[in-house]
Design a protein around this ligand. Structure first.
Ligand SMILES: Cc1cc2nc3c(=O)[nH]c(=O)nc-3n(C[C@H](O)[C@H](O)[C@H](O)COP(=O)(O)OP(=O)(O)OC[C@H]3O[C@@H](n4cnc5c(N)ncnc54)[C@H](O)[C@@H]3O)c2cc1C
Length: 468
């Protein structure tokens, strides 16, 4: 017979699995698993198999978008799987709104021109810009259709199978059930390195072997009555204009609501007219592969955003009528898995301003490590860990998996250490990495080589023709 303790534990587990248990202190998925006695054996089954692509791109964030479009423009047949209901990753589902290290040639500049043509961009400097996330969704879909890319939203990459060392098949899960897909070359642009991990690649995560990792943040769109009245609190999108003043003024206003935000450099941007974008929370120590903890973090973050906005509205004055229009579909993940590559970008590269013949991008963004704990946030919201960055090269080798053949990475999940990742991860660099992976994957597939057998000079020459 069940004891009361058994019943309590069973109802706890049911709630955890159903996603209903989201109060602070919830067990991680790993802890829940440990509590369960025994294992469930899932039967093997045959899946529908599709083999119609030269290049499969997993994840359609900034890196995946650039990878897919570039591979398609290099004449590859491309398939893309994206878990969320729109293309763009942190740009759209994450409501990022602000582009950094974007003064790079190629797709970065094309995107800026296209945003400008639609009147969807603000921003006063070449290197940093604010855009409309909703308009970005439509633009990216149009670009994919124009490039002839086959893509499936609401589709998660759930398994990967190798033949020897070579990645051969990936399995997706969606409303269509489980489906298998084969291609000669795959690109992991899931940000979190899901495909690489599923394929058996070694990876690093966070500062050491596990968390501490950078905190997550849930961004939101706000509507206000009069953005001009809030000018003193709005980030100016221009590093030369002492933007810290607006952040500090905004923090002082939030403190007037008798709340100290979990991100002590809260930032407001003006997207258009009375539409604002805000980043003002941190969720600490949440691994990107722990669904229960991500759920808990999302719920806490949303509650904090509502608390702050309701508090500001009650202050009245310029805040009168302030409302949340939407919180992001996806809490923003700064730190994911960094898949082991044929080279690992590291702190010393940044300090030395290293140069490589196979450089795919030269990041200039500083090391940006957000506070790793609530306590640390009270003294500093972010730091550069004492590292002064000289513009440095990210080589193609860091985008090619070491342990599995036929697999490339681009964006957050390339091979790098904790410090280097804190600099190169921003979206301008992710786009450039996506282009490099896309063109190299297309050449490899067309010439029946593996990505590591393609010389970067060949990729660079092809990229030049695509861009011209
Ligand atoms: C809160 C926050 C603020 C930031 N601020 C800035 C900023 O101001 N400016 C800036 O330029 N950068 C900023 N960054 C950095 C930015 O996150 C990275 O540059 C960007 O995420 C890298 O792009 P990506 O394509 O590698 O990853 P992502 O944008 O995370 O895209 C990954 C995509 O893969 C999908 N995916 C994940 N797993 C799977 C799966 N198993 N199957 C299918 N699809 C999957 C996701 O849904 C997503 O669409 C910020 C990040 C965060 C979190």
């Amino acid at each position: 017979m069940d004891t009361p303790a058994d019943l309590k534990r069973r109802s706890f587990l049911r709630a955890a699995f159903s996603g209903a248990l989201v109060t602070p202190g919830v067990m991680s998925a790993a802890e829940v698993e440990k509590t369960i006695a025994g294992q469930f054996h899932e039967e093997a089954r045959d899946l529908p198999l599709v083999e119609d692509a030269d290049v499969i791109v997993c994840g359609a964030g900034p890196a995946g978008i650039a990878a897919a479009i570039t591979a398609a423009r290099a004449s590859a047949k491309v398939r893309v799987f994206e878990w969320r209901g729109c293309l763009g990753g942190v740009w759209t589902a994450g409501l990022l709104g602000y582009l950094l290290d974007f003064d790079k040639p190629g797709f970065n500049q094309e995107l800026l021109k296209r945003l400008d043509a639609r009147g969807m961009r603000r921003g006063t400097s070449k290197g940093s810009v604010v855009y409309e996330p909703e308009g970005m969704k439509l633009l990216l879909e149009e670009l994919f259709v124009e490039a002839g890319i086959k893509f499936q939203l609401h589709t998660r990459v759930a398994a990967a199978y190798r033949e020897g060392k070579r990645l051969a098949t990936t399995v997706t899960e969606s409303k269509s059930g489980r489906q298998a897909w084969r291609a000669p070359v795959f690109i992991d642009t899931t940000g979190d390195g899901d495909l690489g991990a599923l394929a058996g690649c070694a990876f690093e995560y966070g500062e050491a072997e596990a968390c501490p990792c950078q905190p997550m943040s849930l961004n939101a769109l706000l509507v206000c009555r009069d953005a001009d009245a809030l000018a003193a609190f709005i980030h100016k999108s221009d590093p030369s204009k002492a933007d810290g003043i607006a952040k500090d003024a905004f923090l002082a206003e939030i403190k007037r609501t008798e709340h100290f935000p979990s991100y002590s450099k809260p930032t407001l941007w003006q997207v258009r007219d009375d539409l604002l974008l805000v980043m003002m929370n941190h969720q600490y120590g949440v691994p990107c592969f722990d669904a229960a903890k991500i759920t808990e973090a999302t719920v806490q973050a949303r509650a904090e955003l509502h608390k702050i906005v309701n508090g500001l509205r009650k202050l009245g004055g310029p805040w009168e009528g302030l409302q949340i229009a939407a919180t992001a579909e996806q809490i923003g993940v700064r730190d994911g898995r960094r898949i082991a590559g044929r080279y690992t970008v590291n702190k010393d590269d940044l300090i030395a301003g290293v140069r490589y013949e196979d450089a795919v991008v030269r990041p200039t963004f500083p090391v940006d490590i957000h506070a790793l704990s609530k306590e640390a946030n009270k003294t500093a919201a972010y730091s550069n860990a004492g590292v002064k960055v000289k513009p440095y090269d990210v080589p193609l080798r860091a985008l090619i998996a070491r342990d599995v053949d036929g697999l490339m990475m681009a964006g957050r999940c390339i091979s790098g250490d904790f410090i280097a990742h804190a600099s190169y991860r921003v979206t301008g660099n992710s786009v450039a990495m996506g282009e490099a992976a896309g063109v190299t994957a297309a050449i490899a597939a067309a010439t029946k080589r593996l990505p590591h057998e393609v010389d970067w000079k060949e990729s660079a020459a092809k990229l030049e023709t695509i861009r011209s």
